[in-house]
Design a protein around this ligand. Structure first.
Ligand SMILES: NC(=O)C1=CN([C@@H]2O[C@H](COP(=O)(O)OP(=O)(O)OC[C@H]3O[C@@H](n4cnc5c(N)ncnc54)[C@H](OP(=O)(O)O)[C@@H]3O)[C@@H](O)[C@H]2O)C=CC1
Ligand SMILES: CC(C)CCC[C@@H](C)[C@H]1CC[C@H]2C3=C(CC[C@]12C)[C@@]1(C)CCC(=O)[C@@H](C)[C@@H]1CC3
Length: 334
């Protein structure tokens, strides 16, 4: 296959909505779904084919929290495809999250209520763990695993005559103050999600600097607050259902309450229609929904210093060298 679109984490949430929307736009695309649960992935493929019988959908096993799995998936993808037009870096976790209800209540009565409700600043903490690769799980899943995959797929992504686009799912919860170059895996803090999403923004900026001249472009999207398994891990789904009328009211004050995966995928779908050369490396593309339910995309400047982005990129390259040197196991599919 000459060209394809590779999407990570597709059987639920924003990833699944994105696949459905991409096929609605163009049933002729070659879609490759990279997922860690092949049973769920097979069911997803069947659902996509039921709606688009002539679509070309393939699956590849990929667990972005395992280097062995990433290397195996990358070699499998290189066997199947010669070029990737789009790579959606969408897999993400927010494990063991605690909500600070005291901060939530006092924040609601402050001048910062809208900012707090759209960014969750000061509201959430996570308990992170360490993966079998010896890395912080949130860092490896949300950023580093994707980074290694990109590096492994360079031959399919870097072709000057045919540009490729990396589209990262970041978050408006990404916060500069949660990230530190000294502890970029966030092993000491309690805001691993914010840190990993800020690290995503930095990585995208640096990737543009290093790869634009080879025909590879990177962009970052924010889907807004979307009801998915990720948010059901913060509060139970029945609670979110009870809160739904309140969230529709909040839509009058902020356009980031997209709420459905379909709305949340707006910026990713919009980016596919853009010429990558015309996009600004320091801009984040936000999926937005109006109070009446209309979708649109808003561009906002990232809170990123290009020099920090470059220093972080060099640290990622160092870590890549270390972990690949440590990996001695022969590669085999799981
Ligand atoms: N929901 C929201 O409000 C927001 C979400 N986001 C981001 O959107 C992205 C998609 O999340 P969302 O759709 O909300 O939530 P979901 O939990 O529905 O989707 C996350 C996906 O990532 C997959 N995943 C997790 N860990 C791994 C792994 N190690 N290897 C491969 N796949 C993995 C999950 O697979 P599995 O089912 O096997 O666990 C799942 O398919 C994430 O990056 C999230 O951070 C950003 C802003 C807001
Ligand atoms: C009345 C309110 C709707 C009650 C809900 C309070 C909190 C549980 C939410 C308020 C802001 C939310 C939020 C997120 C999670 C749930 C809240 C903290 C996210 C962190 C979810 C994932 C993301 O990536 C962010 C963009 C979200 C930001 C807002």
């Amino acid at each position: 296959v000459d060209s394809a679109l590779l999407s990570l984490a597709c059987y639920s949430g924003i990833g699944f909505a994105l696949c459905k929307r991409l096929l609605q736009e163009d049933a002729g695309v070659q879609l490759c779904l990279a997922c860690r649960n092949m049973q769920k992935a097979t069911a997803t493929k069947a659902m996509l084919l039921a709606a688009h019988p002539s679509a070309q959908v393939s699956l590849v096993h990929l667990d972005v929290s395992s280097l062995e799995s990433i290397l195996w998936a990358a070699s499998e993808i290189q066997h199947r495809f010669q070029h990737l037009d789009y790579l959606f870096l969408n897999a993400g976790i927010m494990p063991n999250t605690h909500v600070n209800f005291k901060a939530l209540i006092s924040g609601l009565f402050s001048g910062e209520a809208v900012h707090m409700l759209s960014t969750a600043e000061g509201l959430l903490t996570q308990e992170d763990s360490v993966t079998s690769d010896g890395l912080q799980e949130v860092f490896e899943t949300n950023l580093f695993g994707h980074f290694i995959l990109i590096r492994q797929l360079e031959p399919l992504l870097c072709r000057l005559e045919k540009p490729s686009q990396l589209i990262w799912t970041s978050s408006s919860n990404a916060r500069k103050s949660a990230f530190s170059l000294m502890d970029y895996q966030h092993s000491k803090g309690k805001e691993s999600y914010s840190s990993s999403k800020y690290a995503t923004d930095l990585a995208s900026v640096a990737l543009n600097k290093h790869f634009n001249k080879q025909g590879l472009y990177s962009s970052v999207v924010c889907p807004g607050l979307v009801m998915t398994n990720l948010t059901y891990g913060i509060l139970p789904s029945f609670f979110w259902k009870l809160l739904m009328p309140v969230m529709w009211i909040i839509r009058f004050f902020t356009n980031t309450y997209t709420l459905t995966p379909y709305n949340g995928a707006e910026a990713q779908v919009w980016l596919v229609r853009q010429k990558p050369e015309s996009l600004d490396a320091l801009t984040k593309y936000h999926s937005c929904t109006s109070p009446l339910g209309g979708n649109y995309v808003e561009s906002r400047k990232m809170d990123v210093d290009e020099e920090i982005a470059e220093r972080f990129y060099q640290k990622l390259l160092e870590l890549e060298k270390q972990v690949l040197a440590r990996l001695t196991v022969p590669l085999s599919p799981k």
